[in-house]
Design a protein around this ligand. Structure first.
Ligand SMILES: [Zn+2]
Length: 252
């Protein structure tokens, strides 16, 4: 909210105006300054109009709009049908995400970590968790189902949930959906059954955590081995999120 800044600006403009008038009066008798004088007067009248405008009801309405709460989290790209529905959104540089009500999507350990995979020359934007075909997959947090979809060359059958903490989670290679788009879910609710669909070489759950489209390393948020969160809150930073500690049980 920049009301304070506006007030400050208005005051400094008023001070400038006062100074300008005095300056203009001193210059009145000096003819070779007259063109500059005219310019000053012109500028002065523009500033005056601006201030009058700011005093109007229109300005008050604008301020009121700036006080309005954040838009509903379930509107941005909800109908896009895309994994990243935030392509046209302005993503804040930093954000604090409350991950305290986390529930394990399945009890399995991490079999493949988040990060660049030289073999496939692409980023692995989530972690793979060990699971058998038919194992129950659970919602990681409270939220709402945005998407249930099939993608032959990638995620297979997959579910995307949008959560009240601002994250989205993606669950891939499923064999069966237990939820429908727009269903409201609680952390720990069954949402699907695990499988081996799409680009998958053996049954597992592909699990992603995204903040406004930015795929964060799930292992930077959760300690899958001990089935808990690393901390109650996660500090998202747009510049460094990909370098988030690459917790990798295999390498450590
Ligand atoms: Zn994967």
């Amino acid at each position: 909210m920049n009301f304070g800044k506006r007030i400050g600006l208005t005051l400094s403009l008023a001070a400038m105006l006062a100074g300008t008038s005095a300056f203009a009066q001193n210059l009145q008798s000096v003819s070779n300054y007259s063109s500059r004088h005219d310019k000053l007067l012109a500028r002065q009248s523009t500033i005056g109009e601006q201030i009058r405008l700011e005093e109007t009801e229109q300005y008050a309405n604008q301020l009121y709009e700036e006080c309005e709460p954040e838009p509903d989290i379930y509107t941005e790209g909800w109908e896009s049908g895309l994994v990243n529905s935030y392509k046209n959104a302005v993503v804040p540089d930093q954000a604090t995400i409350d991950v305290s009500d986390f529930h394990m999507p399945c009890p399995g350990i991490v079999t493949s970590p988040y990060g660049y995979r030289p073999r496939f020359r692409r980023m692995h934007k989530g972690v793979d968790l060990r699971s058998a075909i038919g194992d129950t997959i659970y919602a990681a947090f409270d939220g709402k189902v945005r998407l249930t979809k099939y993608e032959r060359g990638g995620y297979g059958y997959y579910v995307i949930l949008r959560h009240t903490n601002g994250l989205e989670t993606v669950y891939g290679h499923l064999s069966k959906f237990l939820v429908h788009p727009d269903d409201v879910v609680k952390a720990g609710d069954p949402i699907a059954l695990s499988g081996n669909t799409g680009r998958s070489f053996g049954p597992h759950l592909h699990f992603e955590t995204r903040f406004m489209g930015y795929a964060i390393n799930p292992s930077a948020l959760f300690d899958f081995e001990n089935q808990t969160v690393r901390a109650e809150e996660y500090a998202f930073d747009k510049r460094t999120y990909e370098k988030a500690p690459s917790y990798n049980p295999k390498r450590s």
